[in-house]
Design a protein around this ligand. Structure first.
Ligand code: MLT
Length: 302
């Protein structure tokens, strides 16, 4: 009988192998496997018999990969399991950047209780006018599970979609390319797109990939969206571009002191995968991977 522990996360999955959630280090003492969502395992002491770690999500930056490799601990993630949740929030991000929905809601809140609120709203609403995303061009950098879903959803909303992914499999490229323009040079995304969304893994190679150079090549008034990882974007360069009017908006799912509450930035508190469905999908996939490994010795990142 193996012991599994779930850190700081998923309790609603209905799976009986982790009846409670645990946050404390000492509860993991005898765990054979750890399932973790966003809590950092970097400072954590590994349980002595730990054999596997499953990250209920795509990014593995909260897992000390080298230390795991040194100890022979297998690390799994759950690619694609939360892609729909993230996709929907990216679309919401594009809409929030295009329509002043937040401004309008705040205005109504501030005037709630006034008997003539409806009449005043009619006069006020020109201040919250925006633009539509239909007919605009979206550039998707990274056409993995999330990027591909975003591309498809945008097509259904009547956007023109450019995609860039040098690692795209031939099959995926073929099925996507029939509908989107698959560009070979990322600069084409920068120079041609009204909205640009990044969906690549965070690594030493991708760190700061959207910085001054990239931003300067972007269309004037472009909207940049980052629902992947904050380190992909040099946020100081983006703040400068917002200040001098080069960019219209920066939508990010990663709150940082540099961006939070600043003009032109829409900051969401890392809610991309925070849906009941995504959490359940990730939990189920992670448990399946761990079980398959511990019970049958199979290493399968589903
Ligand atoms: C992921 O890595 O899958 C996403 O950032 C979602 C999350 O961690 O909540």
């Amino acid at each position: 009988m193996y012991k599994y522990h779930c850190l700081n996360a998923i309790s609603k999955s209905g799976l009986d192998i982790f009846p409670e959630t645990y946050e404390a280090q000492e509860t993991m003492e005898y765990a054979d496997a750890v399932l973790v969502r966003s809590a950092s395992m970097h400072e954590m002491e590994f349980p002595l018999c730990l054999k596997a770690v499953a990250r209920a999500g795509a990014g593995v930056n909260n897992i000390p990969l080298e230390a795991c490799a040194e100890r022979g601990i297998v690390v799994f993630n759950t690619p694609g399991a939360n892609a729909n949740g993230v996709k929907e929030l990216v679309i919401a991000g594009m809409l929030l950047a295009s329509r002043d929905i937040m401004g309008g809601i705040e205005w109504v809140k501030a005037h709630a209780g006034e008997t003539d609120v409806a009449k005043r709203a009619e006069k006020q609403k020109k201040e919250f006018a925006g633009c539509e995303i239909e007919g605009k061009r979206l550039g998707v950098i990274g056409l993995g599970a999330i990027g591909a879903l975003v591309a498809n959803a945008a097509l259904h909303l009547g956007m023109e979609v450019y995609g860039y992914d040098p690692y795209l499999s031939v099959d995926s490229a073929w099925s996507l390319s029939r509908h989107i323009r698959h560009v070979k040079d990322v600069n084409e995304i920068y120079s041609q797109c009204d909205y640009i969304t990044v969906h690549v893994p965070a690594s030493e190679n991708t760190k700061g990939m959207i910085g001054k150079d990239a931003v300067q090549k972007m269309k004037d008034g472009a909207v940049l969206l980052n629902f992947a990882r904050d380190i992909l974007v040099d946020e100081q360069d983006v703040m400068d571009a917002l200040e001098n009017g080069k960019l219209k908006k920066y939508v990010t799912d990663f709150p940082n002191p540099q961006t939070a509450g600043k003009d032109g930035v829409i900051v969401i508190p890392h809610l991309g995968a925070s849906t009941e469905e995504s959490e359940e999908n990730c939990a189920k996939m992670a448990v399946k991977e761990i079980r398959e490994y511990l019970e049958n010795g199979n290493i399968r990142n589903s």
